[in-house]
Design a protein around this ligand. Structure first.
Ligand code: GDP
Ligand code: MG
Ligand code: K
Length: 296
């Protein structure tokens, strides 16, 4: 009978856009929960990922301030929100891309807490071929901050993530698990369904993405093992609808098909998904929709 004490704590993953924060968390929790894309604004909400082992539970948080973070745009309020959230976790992972230490990275670095242990995570190891140069790079970065540890990983390829967890584990306080062990997120399926559609919109609309756009889950029902999900994409102006819908509905079809496949994987069950576009204040569109489906 061994009585290994259980450890549980909060881990923040920080870094400038595109260093691989979402990718890292997805891999650490072993499921696609947080949303990745080449656009940095994708992760709009604070997403929590949970990784539970025999004797430890890691609760990952995506620091709120970074979701609206743009290079050079850190203001007082944002700084405070970042500092507050970083001050309340047990361990911070500061992500960098191997061989890239930009002014945006330095801005984030300036917000790192002094009292909380910070581990330098050099990501995209697969892109760094020259090991000596990599060591020199690490030396350069570690000269600027007192890190509690350093780890080199590839979030995308899942390399050296066990080693990373080994470095984090000792910083988690002795505590009972805060979440059930089969839980990987504190977000419900409804929220995740909306996040997935949002991700596809970002991915497929790119620069065309309307500035004012919202995703609303209008229905989420279990029908036996089948999930019936209706999601409305709300745009501001009538002329923005065709942007989302595409020629002959092609874009919307692609978006909803991919979203459905992601949901089926994530929820581990069949999904019947309908996505449509509405103008926010447009009652006319609701009427048209009801007619299309023979409900009116
Ligand atoms: P975030 O903005 O920090 O959340 O970054 P993302 O997780 O969205 O990743 C940004 C981009 O970097 C995506 O295209 C990822 O596929 C890519 N990426 C993440 N980790 C790695 C890695 O280890 N190697 C390589 N080559 N690309 C990566
Ligand atoms: Mg992200
Ligand atoms: K991103």
């Amino acid at each position: 009978m061994t009585d290994t004490p259980f450890h549980c704590g909060f881990v923040a993953i920080v870094g400038r856009p595109n260093v691989g924060k979402s990718t890292l968390m997805n891999h650490l929790i072993g499921q696609k929960i947080s949303i990745t894309s080449k656009k940095s604004q994708t992760t709009r909400h604070r997403v929590t990922g949970i990784h539970t082992e025999d004797a430890a539970q890691f609760v990952f948080v995506d620091t709120p301030g970074f979701q609206t973070y743009h290079k050079g745009a850190l203001n007082e309020a944002l700084n405070k929100s970042v500092k507050d959230s970083l001050g309340s976790v047990d361990c911070v992972l500061f992500l960098l891309e191997a061989m890239r230490f930009t002014s945006a990275d330095r801005e984030v670095m300036a917000l790192l807490p002094k009292k909380t242990p910070v581990i330098l995570v050099v990501n995209k190891l697969d892109k760094a071929k020259d090991k000596l140069a990599l060591q020199a790079f690490i030396n350069e970065v570690t000269a600027e901050f007192a890190f509690a540890g350093v780890e080199v990983v590839s979030a995308k390829h899942g390399q050296r993530l066990a080693e990373l967890l080994d470095q984090v584990r000792p910083h988690l306080p002795e505590s009972m698990p805060l979440y059930p062990e089969d839980m990987v997120t504190d977000k419900n399926e409804r929220f995740l369904a909306a996040e997935i559609v949002r991700e596809k919109l970002f991915r497929y609309l790119g620069e065309e993405l309307p500035y004012e756009m919202n995703v609303e889950v209008e229905m989420f029902e279990m029908d036996g093992a089948l999930r019936r999900i209706h999601i409305a994409v709300l745009v501001d102006k009538e002329h923005q609808k065709p942007i989302v819908i595409g020629k002959a509905g092609e874009k919307l079809k692609k978006i909803s098909t991919e979203a459905r496949l992601d949901m089926e994987k994530l929820f581990d069950g069949k999904v019947f998904l309908q996505v449509w576009v509405k103008v926010k204040s447009g009652w006319a569109d609701d009427v048209r929709f009801l007619r299309e489906f023979g409900l009116n």
